[in-house]
Design a protein around this ligand. Structure first.
Ligand SMILES: Cc1cc2nc3c(=O)[nH]c(=O)nc-3n(C[C@H](O)[C@H](O)[C@H](O)COP(=O)(O)OP(=O)(O)OC[C@H]3O[C@@H](n4cnc5c(N)ncnc54)[C@H](O)[C@@H]3O)c2cc1C
Length: 399
């Protein structure tokens, strides 16, 4: 057993936007709680704004955060992967053999990819056609591939079915890759193969593509044969039911599920995601375990860093109140998602959510989406707001 410090032991698995935020909030809510954050990597690479790295607008170093400030805030940080959870004995085992006791466990492992969903797409294929959806090294690889591509090449992005992490991200990525191609490799183009019939903020994206990147981005929806069925890594081809596409660079984003440790802890159901109580984020499948962030089923809330951070604070407050025998307050959560289409052009979707009939529902008249006919100054202001949002959230969670 690791020395977890004096006080009631709470273990948090996953040091991303959900887990790191929750660990800090727990410590702040009640310093008598001994919080241990378990994280597989010593450095966290934030995915929001990583499309700007792929498009060559910012450096990857801008996305990287250490756990030093979290340690200084009084959180015990164990840098090792959690490999087993025993819900009956309330013990988490780490890859280095360490065992951690818990009174409460918070699971925030983000996403993993469903294996076998695309024929031929295995671990080796990921090194050639990276998802760049939960791994900073893959973001850097995709950027290098674009830089090495000859002018005239086709970049193919395969976008997955929902539910998935950050629904607008594949289209933001297509936009920022198009921005790079337009300025550096103008004979090239982007094709988005989509497993969906439509996508979030579609009219806004398509109007922006028309205005900024005419003829550069082609979107192929489900009924036009957009669903990827198989890939050939050696030939660099991607096949759908209708057609075969030759890629110079391919970004395959497979269908998703909660991070694997959720399955190990017994908190994922047959959908691969984790059902939770919306007031406390307590698992509906295992006692004394809470699930937050992308892994949790949170109704209308999108899977975003913003939502994970908001859920983390609600979950921490609920755990602290329960351990202290205090009543729980009814939660209100928020999420804001900005999509950058060019350095000076962004759109967004913002929402407030409350639990209704055991599930999160959009409150206050639904999500607020950027106006279709907003002037360019507004798009520029949203791009500035997106940068402010990133600085604020990473400062609150890791700074
Ligand atoms: C391209 C892209 C753009 C995005 N843009 C935005 C945006 O503009 N705004 C926004 O709000 N959101 C955005 N997101 C979504 C955002 O990144 C996620 O919703 C958010 O990171 C979810 O937080 P999380 O804590 O659930 O998971 P993560 O942040 O992924 O954290 C999970 C952590 O758990 C660790 N982990 C997993 N398993 C284990 C284990 N067994 N043991 C130890 N550690 C483990 C991982 O190493 C990781 O550090 C974007 C995502 C992508 C891919």
């Amino acid at each position: 057993m690791l020395a977890q410090g004096a006080g009631l032991p709470v273990v948090v698995i996953g040091g991303g936007f959900g887990g790191a935020s929750c660990a800090r909030a727990l410590r702040k809510a009640d310093p008598r709680i001994a919080v241990t954050l378990v994280e597989a990597n010593a450095t966290y690479t934030a995915l929001p704004h990583s499309n700007a790295v792929i498009g060559g607008l910012v450096e990857l170093s801008h996305q990287r955060f250490s756990y030093d400030r979290i340690k200084s805030a009084g959180v015990n940080v164990a840098l090792s992967a959690a490999t087993a959870v025993d819900p009956e004995k309330r013990v988490v085992t780490l890859a280095d053999g360490t065992k951690l006791n818990y009174e409460r466990l918070v699971v925030s492992p983000g996403i993993d990819f469903r294996s076998g969903a695309i024929q031929g797409y295995d671990r080796a294929a990921m090194d050639v056609m990276p998802p760049a959806y939960n791994d900073g090294a893959e973001v850097a690889l995709l950027r290098r591939q674009l830089e090495a591509m000859e002018d005239g090449g086709t970049v193919v992005i395969a976008s997955p079915v929902n539910p998935a992490r950050c629904p607008p991200a594949p289209y933001e990525r297509a936009s920022l890759i198009a921005h790079y191609l337009k300025t550096k490799k103008p004979k090239s183009k982007v094709i988005v193969l989509d497993a969906k019939e439509s996508f979030t903020m579609q009219k806004l994206f398509e109007a922006a593509w028309q205005e900024l990147y005419p003829g550069l981005i082609e979107w192929v929806g489900l009924s036009q044969g957009g669903a990827l069925t198989s890939i050939d890594v050696t030939a660099k081809t991607l096949a759908t039911d209708f057609d075969k596409y030759q890629a110079a660079v391919a970004n395959v984003i497979p269908p998703q599920q909660a991070g694997r440790v959720a399955e190990l802890a017994g908190v994922a159901d047959r959908t691969g995601w984790c059902p939770v109580d919306p007031v406390t984020f307590a698992s509906k499948l295992q006692p004394n375990i809470h699930v937050i962030g992308d892994a949790a089923i949170a109704g209308a809330m999108p899977r975003s860093a913003s939502a994970a951070h908001s859920q983390a604070r609600i979950c921490a407050a609920a755990i602290a109140a329960q351990l202290a025998g205090k009543p729980l307050a009814a939660p209100t959560l928020t999420s804001s998602c900005y999509s950058l289409i060019a350095p000076d052009y962004a759109i967004s979707q913002k929402g407030t959510y409350r639990p209704v009939d055991d599930q999160y529902t959009e409150a206050d008249g639904g999500a607020v989406i950027s106006a279709q006919d907003a002037p360019r100054e507004r798009r520029k202001a949203e791009a500035d707001e997106a940068n402010d949002w990133f600085r604020t959230i990473t400062g609150e969670v890791f700074g």
